[in-house]
Ligand binder design. Structure first.
Ligand SMILES: [Fe+2]
Length: 347
C-alpha cells in the first residue's frame, strides 16, 4: 500500500480500485480520501493500526475530492474524508457525499461548535486566524480584528486574497457578530489600510513584514510553527523570527478559528471501521498526535497543543458555531467583491 499513499489526483480511478481491492484483509481496512498530505496523518494511521489491527489506506487529492466521490457513486471505495477548512467540509456535505454519524463517544469529545448539527462533519483540530505583528515596529501586544480598520494602520497591513477561504471564514464571522452593513464598513476600512494589493499565501505576509513592506498581517497560527521549523526552506525561520503572534480579541469574544476535520463518506464500504477510526481521531491520544504534527489545537477539551504552539501564548477561541460561519460564507465573498478588496488600497 505504500505506493498508493504517494498518489495524487492524477491517479486513475481504475488504479485506485485495484489498490483498494486487497481482498485478503478486506474487513480490516478503512479507505481515507484526503486533502491533507499523507505524511501529516501517517502517525495517526500507525497508532490506530497498532491499537486495532485495522489498516488505513490514504488516497491524497489536491482537488476534486467531492466530484470524484460523486463520480464513483454507490461503488465508491471512500470510507472517510479528511480535509481542512469549513468551506471544504460544507462542500462535502452539500455535495451529498457524506452521511450523518451520531456517536456518543465522538460527540462527547468534540464540542458542538466544531461539528455539523446533523453529524455530517466533525472538526478535529482548530487553527486561529491571528495577526502577525512586526517585532521591530509594533509595540502593542494586544489587538482586535475591528482595530485593523482603524486609520492608524493606514498603509501598514498585508494579507492574501480576500477570496481565500481563510479570509472568507474570518469575514463570515464578522458578519455573524456585527451584521452585514458593519462588516462591509470594516472590510472597506481594512482594504484602505492595506500596504499593497493582496497577494501570495499567509507565509508571504510574514516575509513582507521582514522586508519592511508592512507591520501587520493576517495569517493562520500553524504557519508560524511551519516557518519556525522549516528545514527545506530555512529562510522561513527568519520570516517567523520577524513577527509576534497576536491572538485577536483576547479580551472579548476570542480569535476566529477554523478547523481541519473528517466526514463519513456516503457509501462507506467499511463503515464500522471508519466509525472506529473517527472515534479514535476524537480520542485524547490521537488529538495530541495530530495537533503536534500540524501545529494546530486539539478540539477535545483538556488535550494539549505542541510546545511550539503553546509558546505563541494563550489562544481563546471565538465560541461562534462553525455552521454559522459556513452560512455566512457566500455573503462574505460578495462583500469582498463589493469592497474591491483584492484591488488593494485605493490611493
Ligand atoms: Fe493552510
Amino acid at each position: 500500500m505504500s505506493s498508493f499513499k504517494k498518489t495524487t489526483a492524477a491517479f486513475s480511478l481504475t488504479a485506485a480500485f485495484t489498490a483498494f481491492a486487497a481482498p485478503a484483509f478486506a474487513d480490516g481496512e478503512v479507505n481515507i480520501y484526503s486533502y491533507r498530505q499523507p505524511e501529516l496523518i501517517q502517525p495517526l494511521i500507525d497508532a490506530f493500526n497498532k491499537e486495532t489491527g485495522i489498516t488505513a489506506n490514504v488516497l491524497f487529492l489536491d482537488k476534486g475530492l467531492v466530484e470524484r466521490i460523486q463520480a464513483e457513486g454507490a461503488n465508491s471505495p471512500a470510507d472517510l474524508i479528511m480535509t481542512v477548512d469549513i468551506s471544504r467540509l460544507t462542500e462535502a456535505k452539500d455535495g451529498g457525499v457524506t452521511q450523518p454519524v451520531d456517536n456518543a463517544g465522538i460527540n462527547e469529545h468534540i464540542p458542538a461548535q466544531y461539528r455539523d448539527p446533523d453529524g455530517n462533519w466533525f472538526g478535529l483540530t482548530t487553527r486561529a486566524r491571528v495577526v502577525y505583528a512586526s517585532k521591530d515596529r509594533v509595540g502593542q501586544d494586544k489587538i482586535t480584528y475591528e482595530e485593523l480598520a482603524d486609520a492608524k494602520w493606514k498603509g501598514k497591513i498585508c494579507t492574501r486574497s480576500g477570496q481565500h477561504s481563510y479570509n472568507i471564514g474570518l469575514i463570515a464571522s464578522m458578519i455573524a457578530h456585527h451584521g452585514e452593513a458593519e462588516a462591509e464598513k470594516w472590510l472597506t476600512g481594512l482594504k484602505n489600510n492595506l500596504a499593497k494589493k493582496p497577494d501570495g499565501g499567509d507565509r508571504d505576509q510574514a516575509k513582507a513584514i521582514l522586508a519592511g513592506e508592512c507591520d501587520l498581517a493576517l495569517g493562520n497560527s500553524y504557519y508560524v510553527g511551519l516557518m519556525m521549523t522549516n528545514e527545506k526552506e530555512p529562510e522561513q525561520k527568519d520570516w517567523a523570527a520577524a513577527i509576534n503572534v497576536l491572538f485577536p480579541n483576547n479580551d472579548d469574544r476570542g480569535a476566529h478559528v477554523n478547523v481541519s476535520g473528517m466526514a463519513l463518506a456516503k457509501n462507506a464500504p467499511n463503515k464500522e471501521n471508519a466509525i472506529k477510526f473517527m472515534e479514535f481521531l476524537a480520542s485524547g491520544e490521537a488529538q495530541e498526535i495530530y495537533a503536534e504534527q500540524v501545529f494546530e489545537y486539539p478540539v477535545k477539551p483538556g488535550s494539549q497543543p505542541s510546545d511550539i504552539v503553546k509558546g505563541f501564548g494563550e489562544m481563546k477561541p471565538d465560541p461562534l458555531p462553525l455552521a454559522e460561519i459556513a452560512a455566512n460564507r457566500k455573503k462574505a465573498s460578495e462583500l469582498v467583491d463589493k469592497a474591491g478588496y483584492d484591488e488593494g488600497p485605493s490611493e
